[in-house]
Write a protein that binds this ligand. Structure first.
Ligand code: BES
Ligand code: MN
Ligand code: ZN
Length: 520
């Protein structure tokens, strides 16, 4: 979708669908914005008449379609209720954009124009960014394998955001572009997560990451089994050992000092100084059958999404590169397929991780933490970051605790935890603090090895986090358990069925202005 921001009058815009946002009516009274009033006048008062009829009340997401009689160039006028004006925020704008995309798709309208509403507490750039995000996110559908669908309901090709403040045009356009970059990066993450496991085993996930890196100018490095062995990454090797689709460790590197494509370009004195580095670590289990501790068959297909943490990391790195964030961000992904076979790791096995710590395997279905052990240790020791954030579809218990409504938030550093929570609040990707205490750390101690990979059902999201804490040293670290938020049936008006791409916008929000925020 191509999105433009314009200052033209709504009555002059040639579009298949002009969208007017109408607040919830108080006592049937409509107080139109100047632009809506102009459209109403051009249509001979028909909008006012519809509203006076009581057929349209302006409830959030409510729609009503009018057909101009060539009085204006727009082919259709879609009224869209925006609900209580006082309750509007960036998230409601994303939802409204989602409703607008639905309305356009229903009428096979290839272009839309939306009059950007004023929102108390939001500046115009925030408004155009949120609308752009909603439009791009709502336009995504996982139709890769459904040829027929593609022409059945084509999605909107062009959208114009109409604003009424020419002085703010440049800022509004920049913010719109930021919104498009974020949403397209999130859609990339959704696509990777939605791809079936037969299409995207670890090697293919690595190829996809490399392709993204080439497109946007990220460094990329992929370790295959031989290199994993050289690095003694016993955790990833154990989990990946049961599958003919061998494991990989994927590294994506956004370094604002390096000018890719200009090999040998001299670094200036300024750019040679050490930049703050943040590592993003993702669980990339391309399919989680449970392994020898095999899962029940119900909903096992959903375990193709068990690499959603990895997908979020790839999406976030893409956005970091395109938005030219002034810090170094390194993504580290542990990619493996968890399968039962004669070469699979087993309950009772003791695995030596890259850190040297040994892990007693009590359940092969607790595989995420085992691969993350190596990825976290590698990230921490190789890049010596200021902070580490990992994302993982780690525990079913987190889904029980928080449902699809929030990501589980664990960590070792109060400031970083609070910064992540705040970032999630502002991008409407709620992350909620969960306990990680000394008792949990003690619970993962093993009788036969340094630690064990399961402690039973009690507080198993917290004990999983405590397991991970063994591999980040003293580095400020946050763990996001996205088991409940990474995919869903209909997560929101702008996120349809399937993978949500959760984490992409949250991570970029966290990393924007990192130095100034002085979190760690
Ligand atoms: N990938 C699953 C967690 C999961 C379950 C995510 C359902 C999303 C929806 C993870 O690898 C897993 O199997 N965890 C087990 C651990 C248990 C065996 C200790 C769990 O949470 O049940
Ligand atoms: Mn599992
Ligand atoms: Zn898993």
């Amino acid at each position: 979708m191509q999105i433009t921001v314009e200052t033209r009058n709504a009555i002059d815009v040639r579009t298949a669908m002009l969208v007017l946002l109408v607040p919830k009516l108080e006592g049937g009274q409509w107080r139109p914005s100047p632009r809506a009033a102009a459209v109403d006048r051009a249509l001979g008062g028909r909008i006012a008449a519809v509203i006076a009829s009581g057929d349209f009340r302006g409830k959030m997401g409510e729609g009503l379609l009018l057909y101009p009689n060539a009085e204006i160039p727009a082919e259709r006028v879609q009224l869209l209720g925006l609900g209580e004006e006082g309750e509007l925020d960036a998230e409601s704008l994303r939802c409204l954009a989602g409703h607008a995309v639905d309305a356009a798709r229903n009428r096979r309208a290839a272009s839309i124009a939306i009059c950007a509403p004023r929102v108390r507490g939001l500046r115009l750039p925030q408004i155009t960014q949120a609308l752009a995000e909603g439009l791009v996110l709502a336009s995504y559908r996982f139709d890769t394998y459904r040829e027929r669908d593609k022409d059945a309901a084509p999605s909107v090709k062009r959208a114009s955001l109409l604003i009424d403040r020419p002085a703010a045009l440049k800022a509004a356009r920049d913010a719109c572009r930021t919104g498009v970059v974020l949403a397209e990066s999130q859609n990339l993450s959704r696509q990777l997560s939605n791809e079936p496991a037969n299409a995207l085993p670890p090697a293919q996930l690595a190829n996809a990451a490399k392709r993204v890196a080439r497109e946007v100018g990220l460094g990329a490095r992929v370790m295959d089994v031989a290199e994993l062995k050289k690095h003694r990454m016993g955790g990833i090797l154990a989990v990946g050992g049961g599958s003919a689709n061998t494991p990989r460790l994927i590294v994506l590197d956004h370094d604002p000092r390096s000018k890719r494509g200009k090999k040998g370009a001299k670094r200036s004195a300024e750019s040679a100084r050490r930049l703050p580095t943040v590592c993003l670590v993702g669980k990339g289990i391309t399919f989680d059958s449970g392994g020898i501790s095999i899962k029940p068959s119900a909903a096992m297909d959903e375990m193709k999404h068990d690499m959603s943490g990895a997908a979020a990391v790839i999406g976030a790195l893409r956005a970091c590169a395109l938005l030219k964030l002034p810090i170094r961000v390194v993504g580290v992904i542990a990619a493996a397929e968890n399968m039962p076979s004669s070469t699979a790791y087993r309950p009772g096995d003791v695995v030596t991780t890259m850190s040297g710590k040994t892990v007693e395997i009590l359940n092969t279905d607790a595989e995420g933490r085992v691969v993350l052990a190596d990825a976290l240790h590698y990230a921490n020791t190789k890049f010596k970051p200021e902070a580490i954030v990992d994302l993982a579809t780690l525990t079913g218990a987190c889904v029980v605790a928080l449902g699809k409504w929030a990501t589980g938030l664990f960590g070792s550093h109060e400031g970083l935890i609070e910064a992540v929570r705040t970032a999630g609040e502002s991008t409407a990707e709620r992350a909620w603090p969960m306990p990680l205490w000394e008792v949990h750390r003690k619970a993962v101690r093993s009788d036969v090895a340094d630690i064990k990979n399961t402690t039973g059902r009690d507080a198993s999201s917290s004990t999983a986090a405590a397991f991970l804490a063994n591999f980040v040293g003293d580095t400020p670290w946050v763990h996001l358990d996205i088991a409940g938020t990474a995919w869903g049936n209909k997560p929101s008006p702008y996120l349809k069925k399937g993978a949500t791409g959760v984490g992409v916008r949250l991570l970029v929000e966290l990393l924007q202005g990192w130095k100034e925020k002085q979190i760690v």
